[in-house]
Design a protein around this ligand. Structure first.
Ligand code: TXA
Ligand code: MG
Length: 320
């Protein structure tokens, strides 16, 4: 398949709109990460999304909307708390699990009776979805790889497998949205993200998290997600700087917050920058032929929770 690469401008919007309406697959930028999208109502197109991404069919997709009229097509029986968080955080990096309507084909939700819904806060995405209707879109990467946060990285994974890729530059947030299940009370955070538990609790009171991470000290964690080709080692605890120094080898890189190391070193000075560049840095390390990436752990609070969630899943070893 020949993939058209378009700019996120008026002409790109026009062509991407036609493509989605025709049942084609379009990669488009959002404020979190790039999405690989198809019309929710076009089952054939949704099937192509699963195929291009090599995504298991039991992993449901997020439906992206641009208005509350579109929300009514997709979800029903929306609770008062759900309405409150929408008002506060939409458009933005928050995905709500809601009860689905009959209009959403079961292939989108992997046969669940619930649907994940997000209203992104990115002008191109909003205009596209406004013009096409709801778009189902998982992150634009081959399953298991780091999510795409700029067109070049998306092209590496998906060129020749999708109809269109829209280049909107670097994603502002760089980490996928927070996912919260609003069909239960208290609501449960299924995936931490830019909108934190603290942010949510201020609006709707008690919110719990499902992820009770165990610290794994040795290799052999079952799955890797968000993972570059290089091996990822996460180092946490108060001696982390010393431990990292002892681990440095010729072909390694370090991703760190503030601390500097005398190898290929991606240093951020705040969590926001660290999060925005995490997947980007993973992919850049692969391009440089790095074989081991050492990540200096950050405090697991606020945005740090989302960052550490992704790094833990990418890591094959965690050292304390
Ligand atoms: O920021 C984002 O959320 C990006 C951009 C493109 O919007 N999208 C994204 O999609 O990260 P994806 O498919 O990579 O992640 C969706 C997550 C998956 O972990 C999936 O299992 C979960 O949401 N999910 C989707 N529908 C669900 C449902 N009905 N119940 C529980 N979890 C669901
Ligand atoms: Mg993903």
């Amino acid at each position: 398949m020949k993939t058209k690469i378009l700019k996120a401008n008026k002409a790109g919007l026009h062509a991407a709109t036609i493509a989605i309406k025709k049942g084609q697959v379009v990669v488009f930028p959002t404020e979190t990460v790039y999405g690989i999208g198809a019309s929710v109502l076009h089952k054939g197109a949704i099937r192509k999304v699963f195929k291009a991404k090599e995504r298991p069919s039991d992993n449901p997709l997020i439906v992206h909307i641009a208005s509350y009229a579109q929300l009514d097509l997709i979800a029903k029986d929306i609770s008062g708390k759900a309405k409150k968080v929408m008002q506060k955080f939409w458009p933005g990096p928050l995905t709500l699990i809601l009860h689905k309507t009959k209009s959403v084909p079961s292939i989108v939700t992997a046969n669940l009776r619930t649907v994940a819904v997000r209203m992104p806060n990115y002008v191109f995405a909003k205009k596209l979805i406004n013009a096409t209707g709801p778009i189902a879109a998982p992150s634009a990467n081959i399953s298991g790889r780091p999510s795409g946060t700029q067109a070049g990285h998306v092209i590496e994974d998906l060129q020749g497998k999708v109809d269109v890729i829209v280049d909107g530059g670097k994603s502002k947030i760089g980490i996928e949205s927070t996912v919260i299940d609003m069909t239960v009370d208290p609501p449960v955070i299924l995936r931490p993200g830019h909108v934190t538990q603290e942010n949510l609790q201020k609006v709707i009171g008690k919110v719990i998290t499902s992820a009770k991470h165990k610290i794994v000290k040795s290799p052999g964690m079952k799955y890797r997600h968000y993972a570059p080709k290089a091996k990822v080692i996460l180092v946490i605890g108060k001696d982390k700087k010393q431990i990292i120094k002892g681990l440095l080898t010729k072909n390694c890189a370090v991703i760190s917050l503030k601390s500097k190391f005398n190898v290929t070193n991606f240093v951020s000075h705040n969590l926001k920058h660290f999060g925005q560049h995490l997947f980007y840095n993973f992919r850049e390390c692969d391009k440089l032929g790095i074989t081991t990436i050492i990540v200096e752990g950050v405090d697991e609070k606020e945005l740090g929770r989302a960052i550490m969630n992704r790094v833990r899943k990418a890591a094959s070893e965690i050292i304390v």
